[in-house]
Design a protein around this ligand. Structure first.
Ligand SMILES: [Zn+2]
Ligand SMILES: [Zn+2]
Length: 214
């Protein structure tokens, strides 16, 4: 299994890179991604922090014999904008971190996928109850699925937010949609807590494939 959504002390997580790598190894993860928040977050990661974290990631990979991707989670801002520091990341997740009107929620995601299809790898915690919208528009859900397929961006199954909802995944079943699974851990205890996500992927995304081969 893999856990491709873990926050460290380089943004708002409480564990350092070494602790995360050790815990991930203990929980049987083959690959993890440490994805700290980007610069739009008050504790976000700038270029300097990204470089410093990279050195720690390389050390931890040697020490624990586990693959660690150097990632970032960008908030999806008005008109779908994202902000990225000047650094070559292995994995870019884009997620909404606001509670929005239905129209604004879909507008931001659609614009982000259209504009950044070649930069973003994963759409994070879609329709999370915390960072979501007051309702759903099922026609625009289908549009999101089409955009994901067109841009080759993966949908994330996020085990903290329990997102996306199962009816959205049901709409994805039968489509060759890529997927990622992540715990969204902000503490050490949560690292590698991805079992539910893989069960759901097996049930609904049989035609899809995981973003990382394990
Ligand atoms: Zn998030
Ligand atoms: Zn996150």
């Amino acid at each position: 299994m893999f856990d491709l959504h873990i926050h460290s002390i380089y943004s708002d997580g409480t564990a350092n890179v070494d602790e995360i790598a050790r815990k991930a190894k203990e929980t049987g993860m083959k690959v993890i991604a440490i994805v700290d928040h980007s610069v739009e977050h008050r504790l976000g990661m700038d270029e300097g922090k990204a470089k410093q974290r990279q050195a720690e990631i390389e050390e931890a990979m040697d020490r624990y014999d586990i693959k660690i991707l150097s990632g970032i989670e960008c908030g999806i801002l008005p008109d779908g904008e994202i902000q990225l520091p000047n650094f070559e990341f292995d994995l870019v997740i884009a997620s909404i971190h606001d509670f929005l009107s239905v129209d604004e929620y879909y507008h931001r995601i659609e614009r982000c996928l259209e504009k950044f299809g070649d930069i973003v790898d994963v759409l994070g915690h879609l329709h999370s109850e915390r960072f979501g919208s007051a309702g759903r528009d099922f026609v625009r859900d289908v549009e999101i699925i089409d955009l994901l397929l067109e841009t080759d961006i993966a949908i994330e199954i996020n085990t903290t937010h329990m997102a996306p909802p199962l009816d959205f995944l049901e709409m994805c079943s039968g489509k060759p949609i890529k997927y990622s699974v992540g715990s969204d851990a902000h503490t050490l205890e949560k690292v590698g807590d991805v079992k539910w996500g893989f069960e759901i992927a097996r049930r609904y995304l049989r035609k899809g494939e995981p973003i990382v081969k394990i």
